[in-house]
Design a protein around this ligand. Structure first.
Ligand code: HEC
Ligand code: HEC
Ligand code: HEC
Ligand code: HEC
Ligand code: HEC
Ligand code: HEC
Ligand code: HEC
Ligand code: HEC
Ligand code: HEC
Ligand code: HEC
Length: 274
């Protein structure tokens, strides 16, 4: 019964809407020989499904089979999707959106992917972005799952890189168990600054999405400590690159992010002294 009613509404809508009346004039666009594949894919754009080609392609007067667009670039889309106009007002626009290249991602006619996109999930992104940055040895959970949109809005947002949350909060949306490290008394300065100073949010060559492992990571920023490498007298754990036997890399209640207050730290290995 409901289907009958909605069918009736659609027919009534078509009958009273001038747009769709003119549609009947487009019937010649799709024939067995011409544009025959229009409307054959899984997802068909509204006006294409209704067969109204001329709402976007206006025939050039006096010329045979030449067309102009009824509006340029994104304006063509906003003619009908007026509510989407708001994306242009955000602080950070994805470059193809800023360029009005909506069809860089959405096929204007049809596609096998939802929202008539040109690819599913991350595959869409890889049509323009090099996959090499996203499939290194260690891949971040959501990236491996193709979920770029859990962190980025594909169109625009109030945050840089079109992130869904400010960069400082983003990681804690999922890593809730890590959030309390920011409340510890001694937070490693780069951790307070930006998690991506050490972790690549997408993929990386070393475990935990790092660009170097063990003490080599520390040496990338701490030249003064790296200078002891090869020194004649080295403390055993330092010589073996076990920085994290004494320092927590993120934060701790103790100065220098020590795992324990300093004496307890020394005595934890030099128990005979304790
Ligand atoms: C919503 C607006 C819109 C509608 C409706 C529309 N088109 Fe298009 N069409 C476009 C845009 C935009 C392009 C340019 C695509 C690009 O640059 O990638 C295009 C390109 C084309 C092209 C050339 C490139 C290609 O994809 O082959 C043909 C042919 C075409 N359209 C035919 C049609 C026919 C036939 C219909 C009706 C069944 C139709 N279009 C309906 C927007 C539309
Ligand atoms: C003539 C009016 C018209 C124009 C022009 C138009 N659209 Fe649409 N579009 C529709 C209708 C009608 C629907 C189907 C109704 C709906 O789902 O909102 C639709 C649906 C969509 C959808 C799927 C929305 C959803 O929620 O499933 C996307 C994506 C879309 N259009 C993108 C575009 C883009 C990109 C352009 C410009 C190239 C464009 N549209 C131009 C009328 C139009
Ligand atoms: C970088 C690729 C990309 C570009 C460029 C792009 N879109 Fe989208 N768009 C998407 C993706 C991905 C989705 C699906 C979002 C989701 O999963 O909720 C989408 C969804 C949509 C939808 C339907 C869902 C909704 O949010 O209502 C509309 C309408 C739409 N886009 C219009 C546009 C218009 C208009 C432009 C140009 C100003 C544009 N898009 C440019 C990727 C893009
Ligand atoms: C049609 C091509 C195209 C597609 C598809 C595309 N992008 Fe982009 N994207 C660009 C261009 C061009 C730039 C700017 C140049 C650059 O930094 O590479 C860009 C830049 C970005 C940036 C950096 C933003 C900034 O402010 O510099 C992010 C983040 C991004 N894209 C994410 C995505 C995601 C996520 C997807 C998939 C949903 C995607 N892109 C799909 C073309 C595209
Ligand atoms: C866990 C959240 C998260 C996910 C998931 C994610 N990104 Fe990002 N992305 C970020 C952050 C954070 C930045 C900013 C990095 C920086 O400033 O160094 C970024 C930056 C970018 C940039 C611009 C700078 C660069 O590294 O090239 C592009 C392009 C990009 N992302 C594309 C993607 C694509 C494509 C996907 C899906 C395959 C994706 N992102 C998934 C968080 C994420
Ligand atoms: C949308 C949810 C989400 C967001 C946002 C997110 N992550 Fe993750 N992260 C995950 C998932 C899922 C895993 C995989 C968990 C597992 O394998 O146990 C993961 C794993 C990790 C790992 C461990 C990797 C490993 O090899 O065990 C690190 C490090 C990490 N994320 C850092 C970050 C950083 C830094 C950010 C912010 C830029 C971030 N995450 C944002 C979901 C997220
Ligand atoms: C100075 C470099 C550095 C910075 C900055 C950094 N991390 Fe880490 N992170 C590491 C190292 C090294 C590991 C390896 C695990 C270990 O040895 O404890 C790690 C491990 C992780 C893990 C997975 C293992 C675990 O402890 O559960 C997560 C999740 C994580 N970091 C999240 C974050 C978040 C969120 C931020 C930003 C608030 C951040 N990291 C900032 C170096 C860093
Ligand atoms: C991305 C750069 C970066 C990396 C990688 C890094 N640090 Fe740091 N670290 C800093 C900065 C910046 C400071 C503050 C200025 C300073 O003391 O040099 C700091 C300070 C410290 C301090 C002194 C903290 C205090 O309270 O005064 C310790 C201890 C420390 N780092 C240990 C480590 C260890 C151990 C590693 C490797 C697991 C590491 N860092 C990796 C940037 C980094
Ligand atoms: C046996 C415990 C221990 C180990 C292992 C250790 N540290 Fe430390 N670290 C300390 C102590 C104690 C201090 C405080 C020294 C002071 O107060 O002058 C310190 C201070 C620091 C500082 C801040 C002061 C400075 O000189 O910049 C940095 C950075 C640092 N360590 C990095 C490292 C790195 C990198 C490693 C691994 C190669 C490492 N530590 C291994 C105990 C340790
Ligand atoms: C992670 C374990 C560990 C911690 C924590 C530790 N040490 Fe050591 N330390 C060693 C080992 C292993 C040796 C070499 C074997 C030995 O002589 O007992 C060593 C040797 C020493 C030596 C003798 C060096 C030599 O060449 O004979 C001194 C002095 C020393 N540690 C001081 C400290 C002080 C001070 C602290 C606290 C800041 C500390 N250690 C924390 C493991 C540790």
């Amino acid at each position: 019964m409901n289907r009958v009613i909605s069918l009736f509404i659609i027919i009534a809508f078509i009958a009273v809407t001038p747009l769709y009346v003119s549609a009947q004039g487009d019937a010649g666009c799709k024939t067995d020989k011409c544009h025959s594949n229009m409307g054959t894919m899984k997802f068909i754009h509204g006006p294409v499904g209704a067969g109204i080609c001329t709402i976007c392609h206006a025939p050039v007067e006096g010329k045979k089979h030449q067309f102009t667009f009824t509006a340029e670039k994104e304006e063509l889309c906003f003619n009908c999707h007026d509510s989407k106009r708001d994306m242009m007002l955000e602080d950070f626009l994805h470059t193809p959106v800023a360029d009005g290249n909506c069809v860089g991602c959405h096929d204007p006619h049809q596609s096998d992917h939802r929202f008539t996109l040109k690819g599913d999930a991350a595959d869409l992104c890889y049509t323009c972005h090099k996959i090499e940055d996203f499939n290194k040895e260690f891949v971040h959970g959501p990236v491996g799952a193709g979920d770029c949109n859990v962190c980025h809005n594909p169109h625009a947002s109030a945050n840089e890189m079109q992130l869904l949350s400010p960069k400082k909060e983003l990681c804690f949306n999922c890593h809730k168990e890590q959030a309390d490290m920011m409340n510890k008394r001694h937070v490693h300065p780069p951790v307070a600054e930006d998690c991506t100073e050490c972790h690549n949010p997408h993929s990386n060559t070393d475990e935990f999405l790092l660009g170097a492992s063990g003490e080599k990571l520390c040496y990338e920023c701490h030249d003064n400590i790296a200078a002891y490498v090869g020194a004649k007298y080295q403390h055993d754990p330092v010589e073996n690159g076990k920085c994290q036997d004494c320092h927590n890399v993120h934060a701790s209640e103790n100065p220098m992010m020590f795992l324990k207050p300093q004496e307890a730290l020394c005595f934890s290995c030099h128990s005979e002294m304790g």
